[in-house]
Design a protein around this ligand. Structure first.
Ligand code: DGY
Length: 422
């Protein structure tokens, strides 16, 4: 078992070795660009060793922001062939190529944390003044383009947008998307065992959606009308909700942005009411719902638990979720598995179908603390800590054996360890 200091040094070393001169790749080879929520979380790790580098991570992520406010899920800062689908396949013709979807909007929450924990307050103040208008535009984009009918629930158009790509929560909706009819070469399997990655049937549909966005000229109205995959994703909704609450506080403290407070507060209220339609009494949980067919999926995942992080559950609902979570923690020994082991589609080692992700466990721990569930919070933190002590800094971990899975020397795992566990 590695000593604490040694683990800290290793984590900092990982950030440095993944640093591409201002942005951090999640891991070399498998993910050779800058990812949206990875960058935000990785910045928290940089805060522990180099604050100016942490702010730079956010600046470079926001360099990829679209004119309409979207912050894309991947920023292709350079051409690298070890990943598919790259910039060419996405077909976004901009000076800085990106994908055409976003990712869970944890960014504003993390920027707020960074300003609070900054030692260099002057640096943080200048950085925030620069970044805040871009965060405001990003959140307006979510509500305007992803909830154009003001329902209170934003939609997501791709499993990659959820950040929980291969979750069984999307299986049925993704199966309704046509597969592509051409062959292609996946690059992820050059880096990771196939039993830890999605199957071909999922990739065929991921690519169909990529082609669809391009054929729609990335037009938000056309995509909203015609996209064959539209999901009310509890994870995305909850993370956005918490981030909007944090953004409101940041805007209140800056006179130049205060005009946005009322609009965001109205959105918060709308979501708090609308999210109740996703509550399922039988499952004692919020559930993801297909926004086209309106079918709810009784698949409990860490995404559905994130309603606690989003502070969207009533006290009574939170207690019901706590009961489910106790059972969840009792079945699988390591932290909170990404899919509840009682679900049919659960697999302890396959991407988002069972393994443990540290950053999600950290978000859950924050949610548990909000609701006063101290014991579960401590339990989760202790077993998350066991994972890095026993296996190191992998992308994710087998929730039954604790073995490292996916990419090694992984930035967000190192960053969350520095921020939360060490
Ligand atoms: C991948 O390619 O697996 C990524 O998770 C997409 O964001």
């Amino acid at each position: 078992m590695a000593a604490l200091n040694e683990l800290k040094e290793q984590a900092i070393e990982i950030l440095k070795s993944n640093d591409m001169g201002g942005y951090t790749v999640p891991t070399h080879g498998l993910y050779p660009f800058q990812w949206n929520w990875d960058a935000a979380i990785t910045a928290l790790g940089w805060m522990k060793t180099d604050e100016s580098r942490a702010w730079q991570e956010i600046d470079l992520l926001l360099k990829g922001q679209w004119e309409n406010g979207m912050v894309p899920h991947i920023i292709f800062h350079q051409q690298v062939d070890s990943y598919f689908p790259g910039a060419k396949k996405w077909g976004v013709e901009k000076a800085l190529p990106t994908t055409a979807i976003s990712q869970p909007a944890v960014l504003a929450s993390i920027v707020k944390m960074m300003t609070e924990q900054a030692q260099d307050k002057a640096l943080a103040k200048t950085a925030l003044a620069r970044i805040l208008p871009q965060l405001v535009e990003y959140h307006h984009w979510w509500y305007r383009d992803r909830d154009p009918e003001n329902s209170g629930l934003v939609v997501s158009y791709h499993p990659w947008e959820s950040g929980m790509d291969n979750s069984p929560a999307w299986d049925k909706s993704l199966a309704a998307v046509p597969p592509v009819d051409y062959s292609y070469t996946r690059r992820d399997l050059d880096h990771v065992d196939s039993d830890e990655r999605p199957h071909a049937k999922e990739y065929d549909r991921y690519l169909y959606l990529v082609d669809f966005f391009k054929a729609a000229n990335f037009d938000s109205d056309v995509i909203y009308r015609d996209c064959p995959y539209k999901m009310y994703d509890v994870g995305i909704i909850s993370i956005l909700h918490k981030a909007t609450k944090d953004l409101v506080e940041l805007c209140r403290a800056d006179a130049s942005q205060a005009e946005h407070v009322a609009t965001f507060e109205a959105r918060l209220k709308l979501t708090e009411t609308a999210v109740q339609s996703l509550w399922n009494e039988e499952q004692q949980s919020f559930l993801n719902q297909d926004a086209i067919t309106k079918e709810q999926f009784p698949v409990l995942t860490t995404g559905t638990l994130l309603a606690l992080y989003g502070e969207l559950a009533t006290t009574e609902q939170a207690e019901k979720i706590q009961t489910v979570l106790r059972d969840w923690l009792a079945i699988t020994p390591y932290a909170v598995s990404s899919t509840y082991a009682k679900c049919e589609a659960y697999e302890p080692q396959r991407y988002w179908r069972g393994p443990v992700w540290l950053h999600i466990n950290w978000l859950l721990a924050l949610g548990l603390a909000t609701y006063g569930f101290e014991q579960e919070q401590q339990q989760l933190k202790a077993s998350a800590s066991d994972l890095i002590h026993e296996a190191g800094y992998y992308e994710y971990f087998n929730c039954e054996t604790g073995a490292g899975c996916g990419g090694d020397a992984f930035s967000w795992t190192a960053a969350i360890a520095l921020h939360w566990l060490l």
